[in-house]
Design a protein around this ligand. Structure first.
Ligand code: ADP
Ligand code: MG
Length: 209
């Protein structure tokens, strides 16, 4: 499997499907520690992205990710829109135009995390999407540095994101709307960490049967 524009288009198509399937679940999670709009925000955003991409599919990875960024910024309200928008914009800038190798994939994910943190100023442990992305990036780097393939990098990132999302359950939220709840935010999964887990799982599945 080449990590190229076809992969990127499949990544986003799969993200749209899985976010639509998990719309109610993300709404429920956000209802518990937020305002209940996260599932709707993500479904609306990625549906809009899919429309633009299928009408006029870009021919390189940066082109695909730029469309994702722009469309999410203009269609997703709340905290998640600008956070994911910045993530995809930074990822677009980090990605080469041709086929990505394992180091390029790790760099793409690292750039996305940098964007999220530049925008939202959250650290690991604050109970946000950073708790999915930070371990994903660490795992991706480790595999890439150890000579792993791009597929292995993506698999490791997806697994680490899943564990990271799960790790948010006991945490007390220190950023975003959930932080208003103080201790009452404990005992619930962070919705943005779960949507990030879904998006990173889609990245690992993309381009495969
Ligand atoms: P809103 O909180 O405005 O309703 P969403 O419900 O769409 O927006 O998104 C909430 C998610 O955004 C949270 O679950 C969390 O993962 C993420 N989030 C909120 N604030 C931050 C931040 N400062 N840094 C990183 N992620 C954040
Ligand atoms: Mg919300």
């Amino acid at each position: 499997m080449a990590i190229d524009a076809t992969w990127a288009l499949d990544w986003i198509a799969r993200s749209q499907v899985v976010l639509a399937e998990n719309r109610e679940r993300l709404i429920d999670l956000d209802r518990q520690i937020g305002d209940g709009d996260h599932g709707e925000n993500m479904d609306r955003g990625f549906s809009a992205v899919e429309k633009v991409l299928s009408a006029e599919p870009p021919t390189d990875v940066p082109g695909v990710l730029k469309v994702v960024a722009k469309t999410l910024m203009s269609t997703v309200g709340g905290a998640a829109g600008p956070l994911y928008g910045t993530a995809f914009l930074r990822a677009a800038k980090a990605a080469p135009e041709g086929v990505l190798d394992a180091q390029d994939v790790a760099a793409l994910l690292a750039a996305a995390l940098e964007g999220i943190q530049a925008r939202g100023k959250a650290e690991p442990g604050d109970k946000t999407m950073v708790d999915a992305w930070a371990p994903a990036v660490a795992a991706a780097r480790e595999i890439a540095d150890g000579g792993g393939s791009p597929e292995e990098v993506l698999d490791a990132a997806a697994r680490a994101a899943a564990d990271g999302a799960q790790s948010t359950e006991p945490l007390r939220a220190r950023k975003g709307r959930a932080s208003y709840l103080g201790e009452r935010s404990m005992g619930h999964l962070d919705p943005g960490a779960v949507s990030s887990q879904l998006i990173l799982a889609a990245a690992a599945k993309a381009g495969r049967a």
